[in-house]
Structure formats: C-alpha cells, structure tokens
Write a protein that binds this ligand. Sequence first.
Ligand code: MLT
Ligand code: ZN
Length: 451
Amino acid sequence: MRDSLAGELADVVGRAHVITDRDRLATFETDWTGRFQGTAAMVVRPGSTDEVSGVLTRCKAQGVGVVTQGGNTGLVGGGVPRPDGDAPVVLSTIRLDELGGVDCDAMQVTAGAGVTLAAWQAQARDAGLDAPVDFASRESATIGGAVATNAGGSRVVRFGTMRSQVVGIEAVLADGSVVGSLSGLAKETAGIHWPSLLAGSEGTLAVVAAARLRLVPWYRRTATALVAVDDIAAAVSLLAYVRARLDSLDSIELVLPAAMALVAEHLGADVPVGDSGAYVLVECAAHDDPVDELAAAIESSGAVLDAAVSAEGPRRDHLVAFRDRITESIAAAGVPLKLDVAVPVSRLDELVRRATATVDELGGRLIAFGHLAEGNLHLNVLGAGDAEAITDTVLRTATELGGTISAEHGIGIAKAPWLGLVRSAADLAAARAVRDAFDPQRMLNAGVLET
Ligand code: MLT
Ligand code: ZN
C-alpha cells in the first residue's frame, strides 16, 4: 500500500518530492518543541495547487490520512503525525513558495502557502509597504500555517491577527476540489467567505494553497522602550496610558522576571533596566521618528520604575532581543510545556498568581511572557512535574477568569481534550457537522481540534 501510494504521488509531484527514507522523514515527524512526535508514511511536497489536489485525491482513494506542515514551527502538535493512529502522509507546503508582485494600488500581494513570513515582509518592503503580522519564528513560519492557526504575534495591537489580513484564499478540500478566490476584493458579500471559514481551522477543513494578503504602510522609523514596572497591575496601567496616547504604538509585550532572567542568561547580557516585578517592551513605528513621543509617554505615565529607550539601531536591536529571543532561550533550557492562554487584561494578575501556585504545587519552573494588549500570556513550564495536571488546572483557571485556552497557537492535539471548556456542546456539534460535510472520513489532520 505504502509503495503503491508513493508511486502514485510521484506521478503527481515528481519522484524527488516524495520522501520515504526514514532518516530524511525524521525532521518532519517531530515538532519544533520536541514534545510532539509521530510516524509519517512519507512526505510529499507538491509545487502547485493542482498538485495539492492530485495528492489529496490519491490519498483519499487509498484511505491514507494527511497532515499538512509548513515551516514546522507549530507549538500544539497540529503539524506533525500524531503519536497514535495510522501513519499519515505529511503534505509539506514548502514548495508552494511563489510570491506574486506587490499590487501597490490595492496594497495586496498573493503568496503561496509555503512562503515564509520573512519573505512576505521583504517583498512588501521592496515595494515600500509592510506585512502587518510579525513574530519571532518569521524565518521559518509560513503563510499557510499562519492562516491555518490564525497566528497573532507582536503587532496584533495595531493590525489584528492573521485572519484580518487574508482578503482571498485558494484551498483544496479533502476530495481534491479547489475552492476560494485570490481576486482580493475587499467587498464581496456572496455567501461563504472562505478566508473567514478557513482561518483558524488548523488544516481540518482544507489545505490552504495560497492567500491574497493585505499590506500596510511601512513605518520605517521605529523606537523601543524596555520598561521596568512594579507589577502586572502597573503594566496594565501603562498599557492603557500609552494606548490612549501613542498613535504609533506597534507592539506592547509583557515579560515577567523569570523569563527576563532566562533570556539575559541566554544572551550573556545584563538586563538593561533595574530589577522589578514586571517588564514591558513598548515599540512604536511611524513615518517620522517616534522616539521623543515614546519617551515622553513613558515618562509621564507615572507607572515606570526604570526605562531604556532607543531609536532604531544596534541599541534598539539589543532591547528587542530581550523579547524576541525568549522562546529560543526556553528551548535551550529544555523541552517546555507551553500553555498559550488569554484573559481580560484586568485578570492577568490573578492568572499569573494562580498559575504560579499551580506550578509550585505540581512541579516545574514557570517562565511567563506574552502580548499584553490581548491579555495573551505564554505560560511555559520547564521540568513540568505533572504536565497533564498543570495543563488541566491552568486551562480551567484561564476559563474561570473569562479567558480562553488558546489565544494564537491553536488547539492542535495538545489542547483538544479541553476544547469543551471554551465551546458549548452546541458549538462542538455544529463544528463536527461542518467537518463532516467537508471531510467525513477525517482525511485531514485527524485528531486536531477534536478528540
Ligand atoms: C511568541 O510570542 O514568542 C510566540 O508565540 C512563541 C512562543 O510562545 O514561544
Ligand atoms: Zn506569542
């Protein structure tokens, strides 16, 4: 069966793009964190939407499931084979890397699913525009993965999540049919809006092959402040203050002391501001240098113990590294349990207090940081004692505080058992019915988003 499918898929994509060698499969079988791992029957790398369609048709005919993988930077086990169940075909989007010319009039560009965020950003900047979504794994993370997970990142406070950037989509259903359009009309009310349906569906309804993406002005002048504040409550006051005053606010990130100490150790550098209960990294970007208005807003906020402020250049890059390189610092220290949750900002304080108590009780070292404006904390636990119990308690806590169990990383297989905390029985039944209509045999990403 495996050999005959490999032969059929080679007819579709070319022999060089069907990988069956066990050593070469390994990198596609384990996720970026090292926590999720399964066995792939093979990896197939289609180079066009038609080839994606051909691959899905052949896999369906042989009853072999498919897991779609972009840059393999996912954090919830949604892009690698599951540890249980039959070995699926991993459909790598990496050859869907065509990037169209920038349409400066419409401020849009069309990108294949395998285009990286960094390439999207570079293409936009070559045309004097910018990509509205950015996060630390930009060199590997792909457009298809970012759409499928409705990725967020640091600029959500200004431009929204990935969902808001998709003005057209081309996707392939489990039976090989191609749906959607890349025309990029901002206004078209004609029934199902494919970008809305597919963004955040984590590859369970279709394989995203390409997307028409919104671009934004490129604000070339940037300024960054790393601010030490008393505690989380003070960080939230600072958020409210700068948000109301700074038109140029581009991101506002929260770093708690354990995360700051870890990244400083990893960078081999001193924290640029004094010890404190919380740190906030505020970034502004504008057509004119925003450094003075940023410094003035920080100064007058009344919430600040100490601050380092810099316009663009090496000093700013140094400040940004204390946020951008936290994930890498955690990975260097071990395999983390990653819990990406969000609560109303007024409850962040309580979330951290309760998560700290949970980890103290159940074992591990809590490293917390995240996106302040969305109340989105990444609670990473190194050396987690009872990972299942910690996950259960923290996700229940986030829900009790009026929050969600997944803000931007998705549900994947990691959080599927807890989906009922944030979705009613009616929600789940309706979602199942939609999935049944698209993919009754669960060919696509089985186990993701449902148990
Ligand atoms: C981030 O904000 O840095 C990303 O979501 C990655 C992570 O949580 O580790
Ligand atoms: Zn994040």
